[in-house]
Design a protein. Structure first.
Length: 241
């Protein structure tokens, strides 16, 4: 493990040139599938979507009228499945469309049994904009740090066009402590997948809250959340995050 001073130096700036193994087109297919299969456990610990659902999504839902939600870059689909299950458990109507342009992610997501009010599509957000689609809510999980500067701004522009009510992009917050905890917490687990290696790379590539605030256009806001997460927020109509 890196010493404290080495970790601080390593994480002082974003590692924009670092590449996650699962993003490589020629990565090992079996390891990638195991990675998708292990995401639900990892996200249940680090992503914080249960709290986001309770605080920011559930208050916008109704038992009488369906609310539509778009999950951009859904990967293996575990967050979309959780949101669908939580809403159903609360007897609230939530129609979810989960998209990812990667065929490998789409194939994994659709290999699981179908879930009511949840649809997976292989698509980019820009394709939905071009088609004139709209959704009450637009979300993403741990996607921002994967994007180039141009892709980052395009996602924000697409999200603002697609959402009629609110946008919630959740991502890791880079810090030496987050790196150290993930390094130690994943050491004995997740054999045969990219979870550990790519997770550490993700932390190195992720933003701090001040870095995000320096990049976002007018109308967006950043909220630092525990543990080591940033929410990038936009409210449609009034431009207040």
């Amino acid at each position: 493990m890196l010493r404290g001073s080495e970790s601080v130096r390593l994480l002082r700036e974003r590692a924009t040139d670092a590449v996650e193994e699962m993003d490589r087109r020629d990565c090992d297919a079996d390891r990638l599938e195991r990675t998708y299969a292990q995401f639900p456990l990892v996200n249940s610990v680090v992503s914080g979507w249960r709290g986001v659902y309770r605080q920011r999504i559930r208050p916008l839902l109704s038992s009488a009228t369906a609310t539509s939600l778009l999950d951009v870059g859904c990967g293996g689909g575990d967050i979309a499945r959780k949101l669908a299950a939580w809403a159903a458990s609360d007897s609230l109507l939530l129609e979810i469309t989960a998209i990812d342009p990667d065929r490998r992610a789409f194939d994994f997501a659709t290999s699981a049994p179908p879930q009511p009010r949840l649809t997976f599509r292989q698509a980019y957000s820009s394709e939905l904009v071009q088609a004139g689609a709209s959704f009450d809510l637009v979300i993403s999980n741990h996607m921002l740090h994967h994007l180039s500067p141009g892709e980052f701004q395009e996602l924000l522009a697409d999200s603002a066009l697609l959402a009629t009510r609110a946008v919630i992009h959740s991502d890791i917050a880079r810090s030496p402590m987050a790196y150290a905890l993930f390094w130690a917490g994943t050491l004995p687990f997740f054999p045969g997948s990219y979870i550990r290696r790519d997770g550490l790379t993700s932390i190195r590539r992720s933003y701090t809250a001040p870095e995000l605030r320096a990049l976002i256009p007018r109308g967006w806001s950043v909220r630092a959340e525990r543990p080591y997460r940033n929410l990038l927020l936009f409210t449609a109509g009034d431009g207040v995050g």
